[in-house]
Design a protein around this ligand. Structure first.
Ligand code: ZN
Length: 501
């Protein structure tokens, strides 16, 4: 290894340690920290974030990357890990240094004010309290996108932060095909006789819910010798090393399904993190992964596996033994239909598998209009309601259930939402490919075995860390482009059967 690369690795390994320390403070803040710790914790985290940023953006890193340009080459081989290391370190460095520090500070400051204003505005369901903050954030975000650079569409610069290499035009293409088929499907489903799930809203003992979730975690292969699960208000996954991956869940005594499926969702992220090679940790090879790929792994376990009939052939008798009261007399068909109940609703995070994507279309359209200055922030609530009418056919009565519901924009995270639906699309493309290569997977699932599927995802997806973006990985895994076709067929087949259309 050259001296320059050795030196670069030493610096970045320090950056990684500072980031890991900051992340573990963040994990603790969401799980065990008493409320009284908030102020000191914010200060401690800010110091660690500043130190890692300073270390990563030091002029020495720039000089080393310059010296290593030749070693990296123009289009490095994915198996050449040194070259990939340099390429991804360069991406991190450029992203961190392209923005003037004045702009970074203004964004941080504006977002922290906006977050408080958003909470208050949502509480009062009064968009006007949030509007001036959002106006400011949109202006700063446009400025940020100009610094980051793009070819034609300003939205591309923002999307690239979450979905490397993806363009708005490509998302538009994928979404257009989805809209054409999903909007009428949701319409048909909502006119069909409804599915009942009242038995799922009875009392389910929280400790028993937890124990059942742990059984499933073990069975699908989340490795508890290299990870753990805890409770938090907003479930998330974070990892500090190959041997230490944390997931969280939340449990509601009267809504078993909500907690269970968020356990499965985070388990999918956790299995992904546990599958990234040990030597990638603490390096850029594990940073800046495509969020669409990440979400494909959570949705795979939450929906494609976890909301399938085959999965519950094995697990329903076990669940019914733990909850003989609420589940007495519930057969597989009734249970399967209940956990897949479709309802057009206002809140994205409560949405079912089918309508979820329509909520993303609303946000994608509006974000693009905002950052291209074709929509004024003051007109956003009306535009929101019009989009809800267009895609879901329902209009919220108050902004708290509409334009004010998500935290993302108050954090300045514009360009993030499309990754959720891209993850859904990819989850089915990858699952279909896994079954093509291993036709025994559905049968194994019915017997409570998941190794073949999990190991396939390890070998074909997780092992690459951040080396491939979503389009590149999909081509490598499936031999074709990112394609909404398989996902549309999956949803149509599934929901036509459930709703007997
Ligand atoms: Zn997720």
């Amino acid at each position: 290894m050259s001296d320059a690369l050795q030196r670069l690795r030493a610096i970045i390994s320090d950056v990684a340690a500072l980031r890991a320390a900051e992340a573990i403070l963040g994990w603790d803040q969401e799980t065990y920290m008493p409320a009284g710790g908030a102020e000191a914790r914010a200060r401690h985290r800010a110091v660690l974030a500043r130190l890692s940023h300073e270390r990563l953006t030091s002029p020495e890193v720039g000089e080393l990357l310059e010296q290593l340009r030749e070693r990296e080459g123009a289009d490095p081989d994915p198996e050449d890990l040194d070259a990939q290391y340099i390429r991804l370190a360069r991406t991190q460095y450029e992203r961190a240094t392209k923005l003037p520090s004045r702009l970074v500070q203004e964004l941080t400051h504006a977002a922290s004010l906006a977050k408080d204003a958003w909470r208050a505005a949502k509480q009062a369901s009064d968009f006007s309290q949030f509007a001036p903050h959002l106006e400011r954030l949109v202006e700063l975000t446009i400025e940020k996108a100009e610094h980051l650079g793009y070819n034609e569409d300003i939205y591309d610069a923002l999307l690239d932060l979450y979905e490397p290499g993806m363009t708005a035009a490509e998302v538009e293409r994928v979404f257009a095909a989805l809209k054409e088929r999903l909007v009428p499907l949701v319409q048909q489903v909502s006119e069909a006789p409804q599915v009942h799930d009242a038995f799922l809203k009875q009392h389910f003992d929280p400790q028993v819910q937890w124990d059942f979730g742990m059984d499933v975690l073990r069975a699908i292969g989340f490795d508890l010798t290299r990870g753990r699960q805890d409770e938090s208000a907003h479930p998330f996954t974070t990892s500090f090393s190959h041997g230490d991956v944390r997931i969280t869940t939340r449990i509601f005594p009267n809504d078993w399904a909500s907690g269970f499926f968020s356990t499965l969702h985070e388990a999918g992220h956790g299995i992904h993190s546990q599958g990234v090679p040990a030597e990638f940790y603490d390096t850029p090879l594990a940073w800046g992964k495509s969020l669409g790929i990440s979400e494909s792994q959570s949705r795979l376990w939450e929906n494609v596996v976890g909301r399938s009939r085959g999965f519950w052939e094995f697990w329903l008798p076990r669940l019914a033994r733990r909850f003989p009261g609420p589940l007495s007399g519930v057969d597989l068909d009734r249970f399967y239909r209940a956990i897949n109940r479709v309802e057009r609703s206002f809140i994205r995070t409560d949405a079912d598998e089918l309508t979820y994507n329509l909520h993303i279309f609303v946000r994608f359209d509006l974000e693009r209009l905002l950052v291209s200055r074709r929509l004024d922030v003051r007109d956003l609530p009306a535009a929101w309601n019009a989009k809800m009418q267009e895609y879901l056919g329902i209009v919220p009565k108050k902004d708290a259930e509409g334009v004010l519901q998500d935290i993302h924009w108050s954090l300045g995270a514009i360009g993030y939402f499309p990754t959720y639906t891209l993850g859904n699309v990819l989850s089915v493309q990858y699952y279909d490919q896994a079954v093509r290569e291993h036709p025994e997977i559905p049968d194994e699932m019915r017997r409570g075995k998941f190794d073949t599927l999990r190991i396939w995802t390890n070998q074909r997806i997780h092992r690459w860390g951040a080396i491939f973006n979503a389009v590149e990985l999909t081509r490598r895994v499936t031999g074709g482009p990112l394609d909404s076709g398989p996902y549309i067929r999956y949803l149509e087949t599934k929901y036509r059967e459930i709703y007997r259309l």
